[in-house]
Design a protein around this ligand. Sequence first.
Ligand SMILES: Nc1ncnc2c1ncn2[C@@H]1O[C@H](COP(=O)(O)OP(=O)(O)O)[C@@H](O)[C@H]1O
Ligand SMILES: [Mg+2]
Length: 319
Amino acid sequence: MIKVEGLTRTYGAFTAVDDVSFECQPGRVTGFLGPNGAGKTTTMRIMVGLTPPSRGSVTIGGHRYADIPNPGRHVGVLLDASAQHGGRTGREILTLGARTMGLPMSRVDEMLELVSLTPAESKRRLRNYSLGMKQRLGIAHALLGDPSVLILDEPANGLDPAGIRWMRGLLKGYADRGGAVLLSSHLLHEVELIADEMILIGNGRIVAQGDKQTLLREEKPSSLVTSLDNGRLGEALTQAGFGVSRAGEGLRVECPPVEVGRVALQAGVVLVDLRTGSRGLEDLFLQLTADTQREQAPGAQPAPPTQPMQPVQNQGAAR
Ligand SMILES: Nc1ncnc2c1ncn2[C@@H]1O[C@H](COP(=O)(O)OP(=O)(O)O)[C@@H](O)[C@H]1O
Ligand SMILES: [Mg+2]
């Protein structure tokens, strides 16, 4: 439905979007994730013709956005919820949209109801809207023409927790009816619950893409283990070539649990607890975008002084 190929945008010597390619399929929510300044908004602006690309191309349903007649009937866009005339009321903004797209006026009330803006709120001027209300209005505006593609830039910003949940339901339902959704966010948790596909961007480049399971496979395996003799087990694991560090009552080991089990069996150490040490998508996200985060990812921080392995003898049993 959306096809982005080799998209690049430079500003002088600075490359904001660097050779970005991806696709969005109908019936799926695609999350576009990256830290502030990663290039999400620039990519989306290029998709809808607001910023010209330096190189590359975007097609939506096989057409360039600029070539789509009455684009609001095909592509719903929400880039900046404040980018409307502040002196107009919410109702006026939707009415203008409906007129422009040649829609019946009943659509305006339908959309206001859909995004839970009350009749009183719809008569207030946009400049007096909270950010969350602007986002709701923006979503209503994007859906007005009953499009088959939605492009939303950080739509959850400013929404309260109930609003975020509502939006998730709305977008999921929209995708279930066959729509294609591209949704950007700098917050992983917002996206990982609804996105079928995820595209991770950092410093203008795509660092990973795929569904959740595929992405998690890129994470290095690790295990958390507690035994009756953590000191001996730690030594044996180190000898076997695995990275070992202390974690709470036990050890974190840089290998899958099955390897820990094998080493423990050979060393004759009784295990009390053994599980995967996978820290999930958030760690992967921080790891992959580490050099583009303003704050360093946990793994990149100077490690706290690690305790030597030997004095941990029989720690588990002693308690
Ligand atoms: N018109 C512009 N001129 C110069 N730099 C820009 C312009 N637009 C965006 N940038 C830069 O491009 C980078 C990506 O910005 P943006 O796409 O807004 O990131 P995101 O939406 O992921 O937070 C930022 O470093 C930003 O400062
Ligand atoms: Mg942005």
